[in-house]
Design a protein around this ligand. Structure first.
Ligand code: DGJ
Length: 738
């Protein structure tokens, strides 16, 4: 059993393959205390870690020092306003305006499997289990039923253990069992109190065109956080935080990570307290959040994913990759190779018509490309980004002969067809906006802020969602469309809804995200064979929430192979390579103006979903002729890349010279190492690279070399990689055990 209750010790003990997570019930008032999280240990009485035997003692022994107790006990889920001055996990305002809330344990249950979280994306034991037909062996759930009797609130803390992946997920369900409505002003999903082990905080930051750059910082006393209140997880900061021991590296040392399965506002925070403990918290950002909870209603907080590794950051990466591949991503394409696509965005921008698209498709099909994706600009009268969002009718002046004709012609070339939508948006210059200005988010009396000359629809409204879904479904039913790119090109502002009452205006951004989830769920149910790729002005909504609906997400609008090394490093640190939308694009690169060899562009895109984003009819013959070879490599290596274990060997973001990573099959018989020499060095000897993740007992043949190498030698002594003249040289090395 992965989860047990040790009655005598009053400890709940959650085990995974290599970790133990222990929490305890303390004192007569039933405080839920954090006891231990880390390397797996035998079950025993470790309740001394709560320090309740030390002064000031528990309230039943020394209520005189109650607030000192509350402010120092390691908590699992801290109440608010009653004497714990650290970051609270929940905060509630009553009709009388009071803010105090306590979380006292009342009862528990331990069950096989895992309940769904209503309306939210969440991990599952197995996809069969989601349909109610088994798969419960892979995880277990502990629910701590807690209460605040003064408020009449029940607060369930949910913990699910995923044994194989060394992951514990957490969520919270708050129910109003009282007679009056209350206002939830904060409901975090997880909180973790740890003794500080000289931890540093690892986060991901970015901007448009340079998403998910890794940052590591010291943790000073007080609070340090990353967050978003942009209405999406954002380019700028990421719903992920890790605490790593100062000397922990890729392969050694303690690391704790928290990741959030949510696509909207979030706060991820580390607070270093007076007693040198760290309180790590994750949840919906409390800024602008206020949820009215009527009697008998419940609020479900999105899920947080926790994982611990005593073997450095690399193991955190592999735990999360396995977790998402096995227990979050759904649908037909999760375990399948994706069609090699060509997208016309960087090829034509808005300047295309049927003839141009067919010209690209024809040439692409001859080279082995398998799907044409028609990007922005096919609807309304959209010839630039100033109009027509919301008017999802095909522009037959551009798409002459209609959409079905175009799709049929593409199909006749032996290719699939995909299409772009930006469902959550409306242009001021659109019929939709003229008919329904009240469907856009806006605060009465204020002119809403434009961004890319568009407004965000009030996606929390059922009539808005019904309209949008109706438009999309009509288009998808009208032709053989097998892929959708769902884009979102502005962040939210002016959070006002004409639909919701004044006291519910603080719910809008969460309702927006719930609305988004509802529409994507409906879409994937009605069109189960559709390949959905999420996107947000590049990679602003690359998060685990979106992965529940789409097995791949567009990683960044910056398609420059060298910039992509950094972006894909940060992304791959927590997301499987199979999810990373990556394309070969034209040079000079449209974002940074750099010229890189076509081969390197292909090699970098290979560690993602792989596709093209260029006008194939305008390529030089030499580059065109390289495409079939690249596609061959994709077909040859993609099963390995999609399913294998990823190890980072060297990071261009830190060494500024070269990048290197390897993907090793689960049985360790095959591996593919990627090496990119970013800067060619004058007068330089070959570089020694030590591989990772191999079986030391196996002997490996490296394709293209005559020698065989012992796995032990490859990992400890390494191989020599010749220094090639020039910059931006990419190489791949395929290893096969003999
Ligand atoms: C942003 C996306 O990231 C691009 O790939 C492209 O689809 C544009 N939007 C279209 O407006």
């Amino acid at each position: 059993m992965a989860i047990v209750y040790l009655e005598k010790e009053k400890l709940f003990w959650i085990d995974t393959k290599h970790t133990s997570y222990v929490l305890g019930i303390v004192d007569e008032e039933q405080f839920v205390s954090h006891v231990y999280y880390g390397k797996k240990i035998r079950r025993q009485d470790i309740s001394y870690l709560t320090r309740t035997g030390e002064k000031p003692y528990v309230p039943s022994k020394n209520n005189r020092e109650r607030s000192a107790f509350l402010d120092t006990l390691p908590m699992e889920y801290a109440g608010n306003g009653l004497g714990d001055y650290r970051e609270s996990s929940i905060s509630v305002r009553t009709k009388d305006g009071h803010e105090g809330v306590a979380v006292a344990f009342e009862a528990y249950d331990i069950k096989k499997g895992k309940p769904r979280l209503k309306g939210l994306p969440a991990t599952f034991c197995s996809e069969e289990d989601m349909q109610g037909s088994g798969g419960e062996e892979t995880c277990m759930t502990l629910t701590l039923h807690c209460r605040d009797n003064v408020l009449g609130l029940s607060i369930d803390l949910l913990y699910s253990a995923f044994e194989e992946e060394d992951v514990i997920t957490r969520s919270v369900i708050v129910r109003n069992t009282g007679e009056n409505a209350v206002f939830l002003t904060k409901v975090f999903s997880a909180s973790l109190d740890l003794d500080n082990q000289d931890f540093e905080m690892v986060t991901l930051h970015g901007s448009w065109g340079r998403e998910r750059q890794v940052e590591c910082r010291e943790i000073g006393y007080g609070k340090q956080s990353v967050g978003s209140f942009r209405g999406e997880s954002s380019h700028q900061e990421h719903p992920f935080v890790a605490l790593k021991e100062k000397h922990a590296g890729e392969d050694a040392g303690d690391v704790y990570a928290m990741h959030f399965i949510y696509s909207g506002n979030f706060l991820a925070q580390a607070e270093r307290t007076q007693h040198n403990m760290i309180r790590l918290t994750m949840g919906i950002h409390p800024q602008n959040f206020c949820w009215k909870l009527n009697p008998a209603e419940e609020f479900v907080a999105p899920e947080a994913v926790l994982t611990y590794s005593s073997a450095g950051m690399g193991q955190i990466t592999r735990n999360l990759h396995d977790m998402y591949r096995n227990h979050l991503i759904r649908g037909e394409y999760r375990d399948k190779k994706r069609p090699v696509l060509i997208n016309n965005w960087e090829a034509t921008y808005f300047n295309f018509n049927t003839e141009k698209l067919l010209e690209i498709a024809k040439s692409a099909s001859e080279l082995g490309i398998e799907m044409l994706v028609m990007d922005d600009g096919w609807f309304g009268h959209r010839n630039d980004d100033n109009s027509s969002l919301g008017d999802w009718q095909v522009n037959e002046e551009k798409i002459t002969g209609g959409l079905k004709h175009l799709v049929d012609e593409v199909n006749n070339l032996g290719m699939k067809f995909g299409i772009w939508f930006e469902p959550e948006m409306v242009s001021p210059d659109s019929k939709l906006y003229r008919d329904h200005p009240e469907w856009a988010l806006r605060i009465p009396g204020r002119e809403p802020a434009l961004s890319r000359n568009q407004y965000a629809l009030d996606f929390g409204r059922g009539d808005v969602r019904e309209y949008v879904y109706g438009c999309m479904a009509r288009i998808l039913r009208s032709a053989n469309i097998e892929y959708v790119k769902w884009d979102m090109n502005r962040q939210l502002s002016d959070l006002g809804s004409a639909f919701y009452s004044p006291e519910c205006q603080g719910e809008i951004s969460h309702r927006y995200v719930l609305g988004l989830y509802e529409v994507q769920e409906r879409l994937t149910r009605e069109f189960p064979h559709l390949l959905l790729e999420n996107c947000s002005g590049g990679g602003a909504r690359f998060d685990p929430g979106m992965l529940y609906y789409s097995p791949q997400i567009w990683c960044s609008d910056d398609t420059d192979a060298i910039e992509r090394l950094k972006i894909q490093e940060g992304t791959a640190m927590i997301y499987p390579l199979s999810t990373i939308g990556a394309h070969v694009s034209d040079c000079p690169n449209h974002t940074v103006g750099r010229n890189t060899p076509f081969e390197t562009r292909g090699i970098v895109a290979l560690s993602g979903t792989f596709g093209y984003e260029l006008d194939v009819t305008k390529l030089s013959e030499e580059e065109r002729m390289m495409i079939p070879g690249q596609i061959k490599k994709y077909h040859r290596y993609h099963d390995l890349i999609r399913r294998g274990d990823y190890y980072r060997i060297a990071s261009y973001s830190s060494n500024h010279e070269y990048d290197c990573y390897i993907v090793v099959s689960k049985d360790k018989r095959e591996a593919l190492m990627t090496f990119v020499q970013v800067l060619g060095m004058p007068n330089c000897r070959s570089r020694r690279i030590c591989l990772k993740g191999l079986n030391p007992e196996y002997n490996y043949q490296i394709e293209g070399r005559d020698e065989t190498y012992g796995g032990d030698a490859l990992m400890s002594c390494g191989i020599l990689i010749e220094n090639q003249p020039g910059d931006f040289k990419g190489q791949i090395f395929y290893l096969l055990a003999q």
